[in-house]
Write a protein that binds this ligand. Sequence first.
Ligand code: ADP
Length: 165
Amino acid sequence: MTTAIYPGSFDPVTRGHLDIIERASRVADRLIVSVLINSAKNPLFTVEERVQLLREETAYLPNVTVDSFDGLLVEHARKHGAHLIVRGLRAVTDFEYELQMSQTNRKIAPEVDTIFFTTSLEYAYLSSSTVKEVAGFGGDISAFVTPQVEKAVFAKIAAGRNKMR
Ligand code: ADP
């Protein structure tokens, strides 16, 4: 059985992430989407909220589960008996970092390999940061995230503004 881990910040999960999840779930028998704890200094959503949103968005995929992790990714992979790490490649700018990460991980854990999915063209310029930036200015993010995530993003932004008053 092939178990794969798809790690990331997912702050919040975008249509680009969901595209990778759906495609990776067809390749692996079991796919674990793992939210990285403490990756962003100023996250919009807590780790629990990000896990919850991902669970809702992936509920239709029976072989996908969602969890969170801290520390070394390869250790997390080993704990789950996963031999594959899934990553998405958007542009050349992703490449160097991803290459370095995958080489390092393979050095630490030779039994764990990384597979890359190239982005679907319509999501090539999409990142969680873009979503937050556009939403912060009240822009339309419906092309970037699902309706549930859109609602959650605007609710969070509004809650943050009320707190500052
Ligand atoms: P970001 O905050 O940039 O969206 P994440 O850490 O949440 O990044 O991303 C996790 C993984 O998903 C990374 O491998 C990243 O390259 C990939 N990814 C993010 N957005 C997209 C997208 N639009 N298309 C394909 N892959 C993506």
